[in-house]
Design a protein around this ligand. Structure first.
Ligand code: SAH
Length: 368
């Protein structure tokens, strides 16, 4: 008997209950307890499907660590606080953050570390990576489970993995794009009955041509709003890094990555990574709705350079072999060059206070 695949399961489900939303498809492909992409594997690195900034170089996490140390002091160096990471992958980013944070023993002593991770496979990898650090992690399935107290939070390439909905402009308004079955019983896109209400439409959608596609990210926005509310109530700062766009726009950003190559999004459910670009305008608005202050986002390259990427690279390379120095230079390029990760990735900081927050520009209307 051949083993049942996630594609078989999706076919049966659609056959029995009708087409599913793109959000449903994403959530199932990534998070299905038995066959989900993240639940069943470690997808990172050369052997995997994609490489993230912390996996490129330790400099990324160290600079994020330097940012968090400043944010800690900015909120008055509390004796206890929650240090939280959403979707920590292999735990590399947190390990690099903590190496930098060891420079301030008070930070380490005050921190209670919680990793929000749905994948049992990756939880194991994270625990293993963090063995050599001074903090042992608690695990949570959701952000809501984090206890009371001030918060410092980081999320790198987390929001892009959360389910989005897609709507298509038709003669009868913006109707939801669905995934059904064609005559050959293959997965295919189609148009459903659900509609975006006129009042929920961003201004850009009004002028869009027929056939245009608009994405919404209610799952990401709900978490961002909860974080905003938490920051308002208990104080602190959150940092979100992801690929995405700064202003709401129309367009299809759903993509599948399989072994470092773009793949048909319907071809390999559960075997390929599925992501969508993050709408930072919507994400920032959600944190503000929760009651926090979003700072004007920076491109990743600018964020890292302002935090001292070049100086850090110089220090790291000092006394090293020619080959090592070349590798460090390549890593700097990879993280910060506009044609690599530098421009596509955006960094949004959100805080309980509108006071100046290094290295971000002041919030419009606030003097800094
Ligand atoms: N931050 C890491 C990994 C990014 S990949 C890095 O930069 O290398 C996305 C991560 O988010 C994985 O750890 C994945 O298992 C986790 N994840 C995705 N959706 C999630 C969800 N709904 N709840 C909790 N974790 C999730």
């Amino acid at each position: 008997m051949t083993e049942e695949t996630l594609k078989d399961r999706l076919r049966q489900r659609i056959d029995a209950h009708g087409p599913i939303t793109v959000a449903d498809y994403m959530a199932t492909c990534l998070g299905d307890p038995e066959h989900g992409y993240y639940t069943t594997r470690d997808p990172f690195g050369a052997q995997g499907d994609f490489t993230t900034a912390p996996e490129v170089s330790q400099m990324f996490g160290e600079l994020v660590g330097a940012f968090l140390l400043q944010a800690y002091e900015r909120m008055g160096s509390p004796a206890r606080f929650n240090l939280v990471e959403l979707g920590p992958g292999r735990g590399t980013l947190m390990a690099d953050i903590l190496r930098m944070a060891k420079l301030r023993p008070a930070f380490i002593e005050a921190a209670r570390l919680t990793l929000v991770e749905m994948s049992p496979t990756l939880r194991k990898a994270q625990a293993k990576t963090l063995i050599k650090t001074p903090l042992s992690p608690h695990f949570a399935d959701r952000f809501d489970e984090i206890g009371e107290g001030p918060l410092l939070l980081v999320a790198n390439e987390f929001f892009d993995a959360l389910p989005i909905h897609q709507f298509v402009k038709t003669d009868e308004g913006w109707r939801e794009q669905m995934i059904g079955l064609d005559e050959q019983n293959e997965l295919t896109f189609g148009i459903g009955n659900a509609q975006l209400q006129e009042t929920d439409l961003p201004p850009v959608a009004r002028k869009a041509a027929k056939g245009s596609l608009l994405e919404t990210q209610p799952a990401a926005n709900a978490i961002a709003e909860a974080i905003g509310a938490r920051l308002k109530e208990h104080g602190g700062t959150a940092l979100f890094v992801d690929y995405g766009y700064l202003r709401t726009a129309v367009g299809d950003t759903l993509q599948a990555l399989f072994k470092h190559t773009h793949d048909d999004v319907l071809a390999r459910p559960g075997e390929a990574d599925l992501t969508a670009h993050v709408n930072f305008e919507a994400l920032a608005a959600a944190t503000a709705k929760g009651g926090a202050y979003p700072f004007p986002p920076l491109e990743q390259g600018e964020f890292l350079l302002r935090l001292g990427l070049l100086e850090r690279a110089g220090a790291l390379g000092a006394g090293k072999s020619h080959l090592d120095q070349e590798k460090i230079r390549d890593d700097v390029e990879r993280l910060a060059a506009p044609d690599q990760m530098g421009q596509l990735f955006k960094v949004l900081a959100v805080s309980s206070s509108a006071d100046p927050l290094v290295p971000f520009d002041p919030i419009a209307g606030q003097t800094g």
